[in-house]
Design a binder for this molecule. Structure first.
Ligand code: IMP
Ligand code: MG
Length: 185
């Protein structure tokens, strides 16, 4: 498995630090507001669980299971594999996903949620890719900005593999590991 893991973009320590910063921002924003958090599974399970445990607010939690990637390619078909249990009418909604890539997944989720009359919807992603041609609103909260490369770990997968890596790395055949002391790009 290790020979497919390339450059580490964020190690455990860096992820922990950034997740804590995001949690503080989100906790301040939603203080005193009726909040429903929707975690997109499977990709955002690790990120969502670490983030939410650092947000000391009363909130409702639900999960939407969605698939869009086939191998390392974004598919145009977004498959929703579950339904919400909670009613989001009159609630502030925060959608947590692993990565903003083409933007199609979050756009499609937001379109569906809008129809259910929430007060507002914001999005929080662990990673935000930046390249031209992305669609929809950019995420309101993003952990790290990265280039247009395929990454795995901390919830992100390649054909359901590598989600359990505790760090985020580029999927590659070239070994280019770096230590946690190096700066994040
Ligand atoms: P989008 O619809 O193109 O924005 O893609 C969003 C979904 O594709 C994410 O929630 C991920 O599950 C998956 N995805 C996009 N880029 C990557 C990547 O670099 N590694 C692993 N999964 C990715
Ligand atoms: Mg995926």
């Amino acid at each position: 498995m290790q020979n497919e893991i390339g450059k580490v973009l964020a190690c455990e320590k860096e992820i922990r630090r950034r997740v804590a910063e995001l949690a503080a921002e989100i906790a301040e924003e939603y203080q005193g507001k009726p909040l429903t958090v929707i975690v997109i599974a499977n990709g955002a399970l690790f990120f969502g669980s670490d983030l939410l445990r650092l947000i000391p607010l009363k909130l409702q939690l639900d999960i939407l299971a969605i698939s869009s990637y086939i191998g390392t390619h974004s598919s145009d078909r977004i498959t929703v594999r579950s339904q919400l249990k909670v009613d989001i009418r009159n609630r502030h909604v925060l959608v947590i996903d692993d990565i903003f890539d083409t933007g199609k997944t979050l756009q499609s989720v937001m379109d569906d949620l809008e129809e259910q009359d929430p007060v507002d919807i914001r999005t929080c992603v662990l990673l935000e890719k930046r390249f031209s041609g992305q669609i929809g609103r950019r995420p309101d909260y993003a952990g790290f900005a990265i280039g247009n490369e395929f990454v795995v770990g901390y919830g992100l997968d390649y054909d359901e593999h590598y989600r359990n890596l505790p760090y985020i790395a580029v999927l590659s055949e070239h070994m280019e590991l770096r230590s946690c002391a190096d700066p994040v790009s």
